[in-house]
Design a protein around this ligand. Sequence first.
Ligand code: BG6
Ligand code: MG
Length: 214
Amino acid sequence: MIRKMRAAILDLDGVIVDTAKYHYLAWKRLAKEFGFDFTESDNERLKGVSRLRSLEILLEIGGLDVDEITKQSMATRKNDWYVEYIQRLDASEILPGVVEYLKSIRRRNVKIALGSASKNAPLILERLHISCLFDSIIDGTKVRQAKPDPEVFLRASTELGIPPEDCVVFEDAEAGIEAAHRAGMGAVGIGRPCALQDADMVIEGLYQLVALLK
Ligand code: BG6
Ligand code: MG
């Protein structure tokens, strides 16, 4: 249920920027090195999922069983490629309406936080030149539990000093919607309604809310 919004907590990948294509390229390259294919539909299963859990799903798809040390080196390899790809990111890749929406809620005294599973979040925000729009940045380096655990959003609520019931989360992944609800927050789904059935409302992108605020 969405009540008064005093804080907006945004996921990064799929809400602010479409980085899924770069994650996909890096996972596909890793799969190829290990001799199996990884498709775009396989990649859907990795959205919102932590790096290590993503690797476990990839290994399951490839039918591979590897030891912990190999897992760590595979995750590092994938991340090195991913970081190489996102070096080319710039503000033109920010999804439509994001900057306008954040600036307009900020003018209405709404606090803004990032709540992302990605350990690369600060680098991405910097490449997009939008770090300054956030009062707090909670990324994958600051939490122990991955979504659907509510830790990332609760931490954002604490840092902002706004109680969970006055926070609204913007998420493109089912695990993120569940995490928001477990934190006691409202959840706006970004994407297709059929994929985000538990969200309190679903929109295609933040550009739709910009029109409402004018
Ligand atoms: C999430 C993405 O935001 O972050 C996942 O949706 C990704 O696809 C996860 O695996 C972790 O990201 P990173 O950048 O720390 O590997
Ligand atoms: Mg996401």
